[in-house]
Ligand binder design. Structure first.
Ligand SMILES: Cc1cc2nc3c(=O)[nH]c(=O)nc-3n(C[C@H](O)[C@H](O)[C@H](O)COP(=O)(O)OP(=O)(O)OC[C@H]3O[C@@H](n4cnc5c(N)ncnc54)[C@H](O)[C@@H]3O)c2cc1C
Length: 416
């Protein structure tokens, strides 16, 4: 069997690893460096930079002031990109995946790179997204590669991207403004979360322009509908990524590539996975790539999207999981021993449940991602709240905030 994958982001790489068990695999990427948006521009360089700013935040909570220069922060990002991109090269070669650098396109059901046609028994399209191209702005992808020194910035959009990068820039000391059309940051989230995050950003000294629309963007100047002018060394457009379907128009009609639960496009032996199908996290991309590969190998598998944790790596951390409906119980981090000991008392866990089962949760605080991962497992395995409460949680752990919430929901503990 011979298969072809287009894209070396998380979807493409995990597709290649799974297919390599039973197929000769060729992976094509137009970029010189492997790793896709996640490694080269997104998840990974941002986490390297955020690690430094989280240390600044934690030191401040203990009464110490720490600083990193812009050059130091950007070097952390670039070192991470280089190491992880090399890691992808090594991994693919260890699975005997042939890598071709070039722009691929779909022509009559076959993948072509320049004049070369690549015959195969199956194709996975994992071409990701393209960043927003708005005049006089940069995208969050550009921040790990900033050569210009910045002391002020304007972010347009207070959604997940605006909040994560807003947290990063404000902690590294940039004088920051955020413009958001809605009444709060994260306007489409649970109201307790949106309000708490908005309050935190105000306390961090970020200037928020809420309920505001942008009329015009000039170089370093954002003009709002009410003629307010906001200036910054850079203007960052934090939303508006588009599926990268250039060369694959036959599969998309402009929007994301439509797939069924097996990631099948409905055409020939062509599957698609990752951001190009309209999901926008690396972990969905990974699992979609795995599902597409298994189906190409003849092993039936569906992608289940009901329990995907969504995380924003700010300080405090933000995570959501499952459905925010049903009964709810809220526990504040200020009630948790470990959080008090480490002065991480900001935030809360809000647990939604019905009929003895967890529906979902909003977590705003330390280790939110880990708690969301655990809740994802609890929901996907259909564990009862009682069974989870009966499980012994380490003390003093941040995870105990979930145990405390379960104890209250089950009527054993009183809320404080
Ligand atoms: C700033 C930022 C931060 C992020 N942080 C996180 C995070 O913390 N957690 C998270 O889960 N997600 C995060 N994401 C999203 C994450 O990066 C994406 O969900 C993920 O990269 C999608 O993987 P993918 O494999 O679908 O596509 P991509 O990673 O975009 O890879 C697509 C690849 O296809 C190649 N390609 C495209 N077209 C062609 C063609 N015609 N021929 C050959 N090659 C082609 C591209 O060069 C690219 O390498 C972030 C994104 C950004 C922008």
């Amino acid at each position: 069997m011979k298969t072809v994958i287009v894209g070396s982001g998380p979807a493409g790489v995990y597709s290649a690893i799974m297919l390599a068990r039973n197929s000769k695999v060729t992976l094509i990427d137009e970029s010189e460096k492997l790793g896709g948006t996640c490694i080269l521009y997104g998840c990974m360089p941002s986490k390297a930079m955020l690690h430094a700013t989280h240390i600044i935040y934690s030191a401040r909570s203990l009464g110490k002031e720490l600083n990193f220069t812009q050059d130091e922060i950007i070097k952390l990002a670039k070192d991470t990109v280089n190491r992880l991109s090399k890691g992808v090269e090594y991994t693919l070669s260890s699975y005997d995946v042939e890598v071709i650098h070039g722009k691929a396109e779909l022509s009559d059901g076959t993948i072509k790179v320049g004049n070369q046609s690549i015959d195969s028994n199956g194709i996975i399209v994992a071409t990701g997204t393209v960043k927003p191209q708005v005049e006089n702005t940069i995208a969050s992808d550009d921040i790990p590669y900033l050569s210009q020194k910045i002391s002020s910035a304007v972010i347009i959009g207070g959604g997940a991207g605006g909040v994560e990068y807003g947290d990063l820039l404000s902690e590294w000391g940039v004088d920051l403004s955020i413009v958001e059309r809605g009444p709060t940051l994260l306007p489409n989230s649970d109201p307790d979360l949106s309000n708490a995050v908005t309050t935190t950003f105000k306390k961090k000294g970020v200037k928020l322009y809420l309920n505001k629309n942008v009329k015009k963007i000039e170089k370093g100047i954002v003009i709002l509908d009410d003629e307010t002018k906001i200036t910054g060394d850079v203007v960052i457009f934090s939303f508006g990524r588009k599926p990268n379907v250039a060369g694959f128009e036959a599969l998309s009609r402009g929007g994301p590539i439509k797939v069924d639960k097996t990631m099948y496009t409905g055409m020939g032996k062509i599957y698609a996975a990752g951001d190009v199908t309209g999901t926008y996290t690396a972990h969905e991309a990974i699992h979609e790539g795995i599902v597409a590969s298994l189906n190409l190998l003849g092993i039936e598998k569906e992608f289940v999207s009901d329990f995907v944790p969504k995380v924003i790596y700010a300080k405090p951390e933000i995570a959501t999981i499952g459905r925010m409906s049903g009964n709810s119980v809220k526990v504040n981090y200020a009630e948790l021993g470990r959080a008090i000991a480490e002065k991480n008392t900001s935030g809360f866990l809000k647990l939604f449940y019905d009929g003895g089962r967890i529906n979902g949760a909003v977590i705003y605080g330390e280790h939110a991602e880990d708690i969301a991962n655990l809740i994802s497992l609890i929901i996907s395995q259909n564990l009862s709240m009682q069974a989870v409460f009966d499980n012994v949680f380490a003390h003093p752990s941040y995870m105990e905030i979930l145990w405390e919430a379960l104890g209250r929901a089950l009527g054993y503990f009183r809320g404080k």
